[in-house]
Structures are given as C-alpha cells and as structure tokens.
Design a binder for this molecule. Structure first.
Ligand SMILES: *[C@@H]1O[C@H](CO)[C@@H](O)[C@H](O)[C@H]1NC(C)=O
Ligand SMILES: *[C@@H]1O[C@H](CO)[C@@H](O)[C@H](O)[C@H]1NC(C)=O
Ligand SMILES: *[C@@H]1O[C@H](CO)[C@@H](O)[C@H](O)[C@H]1NC(C)=O
Ligand SMILES: *[C@@H]1O[C@H](CO)[C@@H](O)[C@H](O)[C@H]1NC(C)=O
Length: 353
C-alpha cells in the first residue's frame, strides 16, 4: 500500500495537470471531399474475441453517461456533455462515470459500460459507429486511421492480480497508403503497437484481418495468445475470430489537416453518417480524457473505489485521451516514432513503438 506521502505527491501532480492552460477555440473547417475510396476498399476486417464482455460503444451514448470532473470534482459549469459541447471543456477535464466509482465490474456492470448494443450482427455491423480519419502527409502519402471506441477497458491479470481497468478506451489501426496503394499497417497495443508491411498480413479479399484482444482491445494481425510485458510480469492478450466487426458499415469519417491540426467532416456510413450529418468535427480537437481520473490509492479511498497499486501498476488507471492525441501527423507508421520497425513477417510480434 502506498504511503500518505506518495498519495500527496499524486494529488500534487494531479493539481499541476489541472493548472494546465486552456487551449484556444478553433474555427470549424468547411466540409471537405469524401474519404478516398481506398480507405474503404482496404479497411481492416476486425474480429472481437468470442468471449468479449466490453463491446464497441457509441461515443454519444458514452457522453450521456459521464460528467466533466477536474480533480475528482464536478466542474459545475455543466453536468451534461455532448459532442457539440465537448470542445468547450478544458483539457484537464476527465469525463467521469455519472453512476459513481466503478466498483468491480464483474459484480455489477452498468449497461452503458458493457455496451451490449455494440455487439456486431452476423454481417459485422455494430450499432456503435467506428471512426475513420484520413491524414494526407504529402502528394504521395496518406495515412488512414481506423479508430475503435469502447466505454470500458477491462485490463489484464498477472498472478491473479487484476489491473489497468479504465473508463473509455480508444484504440486504432492505421494503414499507410503510398500512391493510393496500401503500404503498411500499424496496430495499437496498449501504450505501444506493431507495424507490418502490407503484403505479409492475412486478408479476406482485399481487406486485412485484425484481431481485437479480450477486455483491453489491443489490435493484432494474428489470432491466439499474445504475451505482453509490464512491470508486474507477463500479461497475455487473447484473440480469436469471435465476432466480425466491419467498421465500414457504420462510421463517422473525417479528414485531419496535418498543417493546421484541424478536422473536417468527410461523411460516413450507417448511423455514424446520420449522426455526423448534424454535427461538426470540433469535438475531435478536445484534448481531455474520456474516462475517470485514476482513483487515489490508499487512505479510505480504496474502500470506496477498489483501487490498489503494486509496483506502479494500478487496478484503476485514468481514461485515455482521444484520437487527436495519437500522433496523427506521424512521419513513421508507428505512434511512437523512434525505433519504428516495420516487420516483414506476422510471426514477429515484438511490441516496440
Ligand atoms: C483537489 O481536491 C482536494 C480535495 O478536495 C483538495 O485538497 C486539493 O486542493 C485539490 N487540488 C487542486 C489543485 O485543486
Ligand atoms: C451547458 O450545455 C448546454 C448544452 O448541453 C449549452 O446549451 C449551455 O450553453 C451550456 N452552459 C454552459 C454554462 O456552458
Ligand atoms: C511523404 O511523407 C512520408 C511520411 O512522412 C515520407 O516517408 C515520404 O518520404 C514523403 N514523400 C515525399 C515525396 O515527400
Ligand atoms: C528497437 O527495437 C528493437 C526491436 O523491437 C529492439 O530490439 C531494440 O532494443 C530497440 N532499441 C531501442 C533503442 O529501443
């Protein structure tokens, strides 16, 4: 258990974060052209795990069940948040579950958190729209990001200790196109990821297959058990061809301008397209957090929240930042640019960037 001194340090750091300056509002871009056809032709076909319990979520449903908090306290300005108001929030805001601290979700799971409505049907259609963002890097190179959102990240287990649960979970697969042809594919995995040359992955027709790990939703190009090292030891991610999710059937599409760092609407499909028709792209510029702030460890808080931390790995961690914070302007294909190796075999599962 951490000392009172450690908890004070944590709270002081949280205070520093809270003091970060509010970014200035940005103008909304005019509607640009639709996404390039190749973004859909070569989009990943993804498989959720057969035993998944934490399903794809519609960001608008998520927002209806959270409220803005800073330093564990309601901001007061507005308890409700929508896609229209999101970008008016400060960047130190945590979108915090309205129904209180998320106690062990295996005992009582709020429906919005598990998001059963997002279970894909037999055609691969999920009621939860995906997100496709195209970023033109120069005259030859365009990166297309496929973002997956879940209302809950059910973390991993090491030696029967469960850790890294958080409200809100953004993951992505990115395909780099050179001269309109797919060149490489990058899969986000927790805070890192793996990149592969296009030709070496498995396909269904023109579309690459990706597998989404149980609970934590890391993306892989193969099915099976994927070992992952953290401070506590080895955690195993589990994937299989459980539920096909074809994001192209239901998504919101956008362009991201790497020079101005602004987003614009590019149209979509399914309910994502319908909803997007009444929205602006401004929400994507919001820099805050999509889930609860990491609950403090120790004192009385852990009785209320179920929090514990061991060698830096906590049961509950903070919700993630959104797509804008995933290095959309990257030059290499990896989110973390240094030491980005593109593998030429899917047998190489080294996580590195
Ligand atoms: C955060 O909240 C705690 C408890 O209410 C308070 O003691 C502390 O001063 C707050 N920190 C900041 C930076 O507002
Ligand atoms: C609160 O949110 C509503 C819409 O959700 C908006 O119309 C209103 O201006 C907001 N109020 C403040 C003080 O931000
Ligand atoms: C275009 O951008 C990509 C990614 O940053 C880079 O690898 C490539 O060399 C660039 N090509 C040209 C012609 O500038
Ligand atoms: C770079 O990545 C390779 C392959 O994953 C790894 O073996 C090597 O240690 C890494 N180097 C650095 C400096 O991180």
């Amino acid at each position: 258990m951490p000392s009172i001194c450690q908890v004070s340090t944590f709270l002081a750091l949280a205070g520093l974060a809270a003091a970060a300056p509010r970014k200035q509002g940005k103008p909304t871009l005019h509607k640009r052209e639709a996404l390039p056809e190749y973004a859909i032709t070569y989009a990943p076909l993804s498989y959720l795990y057969s035993g998944e319990k934490w399903w794809p979520s519609d960001i608008t449903v998520h927002l209806a069940n959270v409220e803005p908090e800073v330093n564990y306290t309601a901001t007061g300005a507005n308890d409700s948040v929508t896609l229209d108001t999101l970008d008016s929030l400060a960047s130190d805001v945590y979108l915090t579950a309205s129904d209180g601290p998320i106690l062990d979700p295996s005992k009582s799971t709020p429906a919005w958190l598990a998001s059963d409505y997002g279970i894909p049907d037999s055609d691969g259609l999920s009621a939860a729209p995906g997100l496709i963002i195209a970023a033109e890097k120069n005259s030859t190179t365009t990166d297309v990001f496929y973002f997956y959102f879940y209302s809950y990240n059910y973390g991993g287990e090491v030696l029967d200790i469960h850790f890294d649960d958080h409200v809100g979970d953004w993951e992505h697969v990115m395909i780099r196109f050179v001269d309109e042809e797919p060149y490489a594919i990058y899969c986000s995995q927790h805070s890192a990821g793996s990149a592969y040359y296009w030709d070496v992955v498995d396909f269904s027709g023109d579309r690459p297959l990706t597998y989404i790990a149980y609970g934590g939703h890391a993306n892989y190009v193969t099915a099976g058990t994927q070992d992952y090292t953290i401070a506590l030891g080895i955690v195993s991610d589990t994937t299989d061809a459980g539920y096909l999710w074809d994001m192209t059937l239901n998504y919101r599409g956008y362009w991201y301008d790497v020079d101005t760092e602004e987003f614009s609407i590019a149209g979509g499909a399914g309910t994502g397209a319908t909803e997007e028709g009444t929205e602006t792209a401004d929400w994507l510029s919001w820099l805050g957090y999509w889930g609860d702030e990491e609950y403090p460890d120790g004192l009385l808080n852990d009785i209320e929240t179920g929090q514990y931390c061991i060698v830096g790995e906590c049961h509950y961690t903070s919700g993630p930042t959104g797509p804008v914070d995933k290095n959309l302007g990257r030059t290499t294909v990896c989110q973390k640019e240094d030491n980005c190796t593109i593998f030429d075999s899917i047998d190489d599962l080294t996580h590195q960037s």
